[in-house]
Ligand binder design. Sequence first.
Ligand SMILES: *[C@@H]1O[C@H](CO)[C@@H](O)[C@H](O)[C@H]1NC(C)=O
Ligand SMILES: *[C@@H]1O[C@H](CO)[C@@H](O)[C@H](O)[C@H]1NC(C)=O
Ligand SMILES: *[C@@H]1O[C@H](CO)[C@@H](O)[C@H](O)[C@H]1NC(C)=O
Ligand SMILES: [Mn+2]
Length: 591
Amino acid sequence: MLKRNARKFLKISFFVSLLLISGIVLLKSFITVNDIDANNVKNREKYSGLPNAPNKHKIAPTTNEKIDWHNYTEIKIEQNRKGPGEQGTAFYLPPGTESRKEALYKVNGFNALASDYIAINRSIVDIRHKDCSKKKYLKNLPTASIVVPFHNEHLSTLLRTATSVINRAPPHLIKEVILVDDFSTKAELKQELENYVRKYLPKVVVLRATKREGLIRARLIGARFAKGDVLIFLDSHTEASINWLPPPIAQDRRTVVCPFIDVIDYETFAYRAQDEGARGSFDWELYYKRLPLLPEDLEQPAEPFKSPVMAGGLFAMDRSYFWELGGYDEGLDVWGGEQYELSFKIWQCGGQMVDAPCSRIGHIYRKFPPFPNPGIGDFVGRNYKRVAEVWMDEYKEYLYLRRPHYRNLDPGDISKQKSLREKLKCKPFKWFMEEIAFDQPKKYPPIEPPNFASGEIRNVASNLCIDTKFQKQNDRFGLEKCTKDVPSQGGEQQFELTWHKDIRPKKRTVCFDVSSSDNHAPVVLWSCHGMQGNQEWKYDYKKLQLYHPISGHCLDCDIERKEVFMSPCDTNVITQKWNFQTFNRTALDNW
Ligand SMILES: *[C@@H]1O[C@H](CO)[C@@H](O)[C@H](O)[C@H]1NC(C)=O
Ligand SMILES: *[C@@H]1O[C@H](CO)[C@@H](O)[C@H](O)[C@H]1NC(C)=O
Ligand SMILES: *[C@@H]1O[C@H](CO)[C@@H](O)[C@H](O)[C@H]1NC(C)=O
Ligand SMILES: [Mn+2]
């Protein structure tokens, strides 16, 4: 049903933006990285990343020969596996495990006990587009270092990340898997992790930060240590899928590649697609959003397509190119905004970014965030301001228009980023908006078009008003005396029928949502997705009806019970008549 899809979409965009908050992986040798200081050039050279690495091309093709990189032995072995969660199927815990399940759920935000029942090297099914199995890639490919930051990740999901990455890739292409422990406190992530890695995962290195660094600086720690030609960043609760590695490392060095992100169910660990691809983008509050594929992308479903913005922490990038672009801005705190910083920088400074449909990585989207707020104020706001001030030029005003308090936030010193932008002669943000994210303003206009209607919604039969009382997602709402008539009474009675054609309480982003065409179907509040469907409403100012096209029903009410619900439209039914306080006749006529 439309609603379900729309909700899923919404949830996904929300989680994807939070997504890359956490890290991944395992350990072999344990290295303490307290002495890796971002600003310490000597250490940087010693450990790392050669921030100023020579401009060596990652691929030195002595031949352009292409080969089939699939490991059919491995594929065959996996196909024959049976057991809990094998073939990427859903797993259900046996009875009697409830209290252990709850305890682990609380600290992880997903069903970590289920993960413990599933083999670390469980099989998954191949859900790639069928053309992917025929694709060949250069015989000479660069090597990759996989960087997986983690903070209090559950041990078995972390191990499964590392194991799947290694098992489903050609061994000689993986230089190392670097698990960066961002100051975890769980005991299992110490000796137990190290023992496992030493015994089973010789390619894995565990680095340990000696204070909480946050996702962004943890990634940088891994990147500085890495020695492979290509850096691949992954989350710590992921599973790499069949032949996942060649597609992202087979591109030229200025092309940054993101895998498709599949869904590992937070309850059952079932592995499934979230969709068949979309281009990454954002709205003007910098929430991650997605734009449809272009016609030319749809013609070649197994080919990488250009994407304006990466989803978050899953991407591959030539290592020397990463440092040439300055890595991440180290002034970005904890998490948030880093995917914009890097994406804008890549595009504006002469690179490009693509999503590769034939490289799929499953990711556990948590049911809820288990970690406490770091208690350091609006760090996401400060991060966004840094990104806006450095990269977005005059377009930053559209962000500040919606988040006026950003104007007063102190973003810290951004001179280094500004001079980098100058040094690399990067293009203006206007270029990015017009050439790369060209279809974004249609969906997310910088200046919102005017509302169709706004103010109180007063029922004609009862002379009562709709009152959402600051209710939450999935809550119903009803009628109350109009606050205009009883000013002492509280309530939430100001609404907007926006240009998205949805109805929201003023200043909030929850929308009137109806997911059934049953008579008396309830109306609930649900996060606005701006995609109409279950949230589309039309005000007929002549009949005074609030019409819901997808169900074909009209907003109705029960005066005695002060209830609001849907019923078949009937102009003779006075409980279906509503006066929207003000409306734009021209706009409604041009619906
Ligand atoms: C293919 O997979 C098998 C089984 O996992 C493994 O032993 C072998 O080394 C792999 N071969 C290559 C060329 O990657
Ligand atoms: C998975 O691991 C088990 C041991 O834990 C091993 O017996 C089995 O061969 C492995 N399977 C694959 C496909 O690597
Ligand atoms: C009413 O809508 C029209 C067309 O959408 C728009 O041009 C006009 O500015 C709107 N009027 C007001 C007062 O918002
Ligand atoms: Mn994640």
